[in-house]
Design a binder for this molecule. Structure first.
Ligand SMILES: Cc1cc2nc3c(=O)[nH]c(=O)nc-3n(C[C@H](O)[C@H](O)[C@H](O)COP(=O)(O)OP(=O)(O)OC[C@H]3O[C@@H](n4cnc5c(N)ncnc54)[C@H](O)[C@@H]3O)c2cc1C
Length: 309
């Protein structure tokens, strides 16, 4: 017999664990399937989550896993590879197990594809950063670089100027003609120096970033480099279920209502699976909302079924 759960949560990051906590406490038989690759794994600390500011991401998730276990939620380290609809959902795991679920929470996060500059991937989350809200305070007043990967990088260069007065915007893949007069005026007003030319690599000493090297051989002393990853939302399962997506500047994400319900009945989504800007606190909140909505939805389904007999 295939095991049947009220809810299967796909993904055990902040969004999935938060949903699981609420579902467990609401006495719903819940399984979390987690492949164990949370987005912020490269960072030593998680910032900006009230009461958890500075906690290591792995510790945050370990506490979450302990909390859901108290309420009988099961968690397996595996990957959901397929989901099929037909009454219940049939959820297929890479390890070979198939389970059934009345409702689904997709909390699979997203993947960051980093610019192909040597050293960037290795240093990401340390002194190559993407999010000043996550790390800006820790590196405040240091010499910043910003790697231009698209005209949107202007916004990043302007934003990080709130954390340091010494910002150089390396145009790299951005042609000078792509910058509007307004961009140039704003960059000047923010005190950001614009540096033309391609970035060829990073300079490090004792495993710390000390500079940015251009293709012409010049080196700029910098101890922090901001980059804009290309976000790849993990929407494969949702797309195969027929969920509608909407385009954003950071990729295509599922259309959801205020509770995270997708356009597929019975399937909710939360966290970075629904948007690039979902920080940990938002992801946890989204998981809670989805779980509470599911508890109400299952209640009504059960009452309707009872009234039909
Ligand atoms: C370097 C870095 C630093 C950051 N620092 C901060 C910070 O300081 N503060 C902050 O608020 N935010 C920070 N963020 C953002 C933070 O990572 C996200 O807000 C958060 O991870 C979103 O949680 P989530 O649960 O949606 O996704 P994730 O944490 O990415 O969790 C998704 C989980 O789903 C699993 N999964 C994916 N597909 C499947 C599948 N098919 N089957 C089973 N499991 C699957 C993944 O392996 C992963 O474990 C940072 C991001 C980065 C990249």
């Amino acid at each position: 017999m295939t095991e049947r759960y009220a809810v299967v949560v796909v993904g055990g990051g902040a969004a999935g664990l938060s949903a699981a906590l609420v579902l467990g406490r609401a006495r719903q038989r819940t399984l979390v399937v987690d492949a164990g690759e949370p987005r912020n794994a490269p960072a030593a600390h998680m910032q900006g989550y009230l009461s958890r500011d500075g906690m290591p991401p792995a510790e945050f998730l370990a506490v979450g896993r302990e909390e859901i276990a108290r309420y009988g939620v099961e968690l397996v380290r595996d990957r959901v590879v397929e989901v099929a609809k037909g009454g219940d959902f049939a959820v297929v795991l890479a390890g070979g197990r198939t389970v059934r679920a009345r409702r689904l929470v997709v909390a699979t996060g997203l993947q960051d594809e980093l610019p192909a500059v040597p050293g960037v991937a290795e240093r990401f989350g340390r002194d190559v950063l993407h999010c000043p809200f996550c790390h800006g305070w820790e590196v405040r007043d240091q010499p910043f670089g910003v790697l231009g990967t698209s005209p949107n990088s202007v916004q990043q260069a302007l934003m990080v100027s709130r954390w340091s007065k010494d910002v150089r915007f390396f145009l790299h893949a951005v042609a000078e003609e792509e910058l509007s007069d307004e961009d140039l005026r704003r960059l000047a007003a923010a005190g950001v120096d614009v540096v033309p030319g391609e970035v060829a690599g990073l300079v490090t000493e004792d495993d710390r970033l000390t500079g940015v090297r251009l293709a012409d051989g010049t080196t700029h002393t910098r101890s922090v480099l901001f980059v804009a990853p290309h976000a790849v939302p993990r929407t494969g399962l949702l797309e195969r279920l027929g969920a509608e997506l909407h385009e954003t500047p950071f990729g295509a994400y599922p259309v959801v209502d205020a509770t995270g319900l997708t356009t597929v009945p019975g399937v909710w989504a939360a966290g970075n699976a629904i948007g690039f800007g979902e920080q940990v606190v938002h992801a946890a909140s989204g998981g809670y909302r989805a779980a509470a909505a599911i508890v109400g939805d299952l209640l009504m389904a059960d009452l309707d079924a009872a009234l039909r007999v």
